[in-house]
Design a protein around this ligand. Structure first.
Ligand code: COA
Length: 150
């Protein structure tokens, strides 16, 4: 598997991107402002993430996703570790990520990759998404913010 920057003439892996965020509008906006990276295995795109510059020296990791049949094989961890490496190489000092309060696996993954919880944006998902979101039997209401110094 190789992780590489998406080529400018390459179609967006929208099906994958929508696994991480149900809004196509928000996904397209992120991709237009950030840099999209893909994991490719045997000619197929199996994973994706986007690095979004936010403030001076800070970048946000958004839209981390792995193809549904391939979860639990370590691809997500490789994507997140790659994003941290790329951000460091580009000279950023801080990488941030946010995930829903109901994302138990995501919270485990990011902490295993060196992120620490730094805040909670209460009711973020209630304010920004028209549909209720449920995961692991928990309503997704709050955005848990995590960060890592590079
Ligand atoms: C989140 C996602 C990217 C993870 O990808 P993945 O390839 O399945 O993840 P990995 O196999 O690399 O596992 C990640 C780590 O989290 C751990 N983990 C996952 N769920 C866990 C849980 N409930 N408790 C403890 N650890 C857990 C795994 O054990 C693994 O750690 P390890 O390598 O030390 O064992 C993937 O499930 C996905 O695409 N989900 C849909 C999109 C999404 O929700 N994106 C995140 C948006 S914030």
């Amino acid at each position: 598997m190789v992780i590489r920057k998406r080529k400018t003439d390459e179609d967006l892996p929208m099906e994958l991107l929508l696994l991480a965020d149900p809004s196509e509008e928000i996904v397209k906006e992120y991709v237009s402002r950030g840099e999209c990276y893909v994991a490719e295995s045997e000619g197929k795109i199996v994973g994706v993430y986007v690095l979004l510059p936010t403030r001076p020296e800070t970048v946000e990791l958004v839209n981390v996703a792995v193809a549904e049949g391939l979860h639990g094989k370590g691809i997500g961890k490789q994507l997140v570790m790659n994003a941290v490496k790329v951000a460091r190489e580009k000279g950023y000092k801080t990488i941030e990520v946010g995930t829903g309060n109901s994302g138990i696996g995501q919270l485990a993954l990011y902490q295993k990759c060196g992120f620490r919880i730094v805040g909670v944006d209460l009711d973020f998902f209630i304010r920004h998404y028209p549909e209720e979101i449920f995961e692991n039997g928990i309503q997704c209401r709050d955005m848990i913010r995590l960060s890592q110094q590079l």
